[in-house]
Design a protein around this ligand. Sequence first.
Ligand code: HEC
Length: 163
Amino acid sequence: MVAVLLLSMVFVQSCKDDEEPEPQTNNEFIADDASFSGWESWDLVDTKSGVDPALTGAHAGNDSTSVRKIYVKNSQKPVDGMYPIGTLIVKHMKSDAMEMITAMAKRGNGFDAANNDWEYFVIEAGGKIVVDNGTAMRGSTNLMNGMCVGCHSKATTDYVFTE
Ligand code: HEC
């Protein structure tokens, strides 16, 4: 019952948001390039600096100059410890030597049920999903050998570190 109510809330909200027709049903959200455009104007929920725990020392530029900004679309928050389907979160990491933008979308519908149905992405500044050697950088256990989801499984709230 609660789940049904939640899903219908997400659906109603997405109908109100008429600026971008996203490929969405009432129980699955499949992000595309348009989903991430304009991420810089979403809610900036946290800014961190210093060495990024997500990057190994092998990355040049993962140093004290690193600044990471976390943006959430439409102020989505967890409900009973779970983010609603359609939640979009972007992390912009920049240091003197490098810049990297990663994202998560709550996809739902058993996409990766063992890991709370999040999909992970590497995106370009304009929001396009990065394509590497013909393969879009998106997924969960398949993306970078499950590196993203593996580390995010240690976060306390629904695979999300930022409160
Ligand atoms: C070794 C651990 C680790 C790995 C691997 C990792 N992350 Fe993260 N990620 C974090 C931490 C810790 C944060 C919290 C913000 C910070 O400290 O930079 C975070 C934050 C984020 C956020 C903002 C939401 C949140 O959880 O706070 C997104 C989006 C994100 N990461 C996406 C990715 C993607 C996509 C990948 C794979 C390409 C990835 N992460 C790999 C540890 C990791």
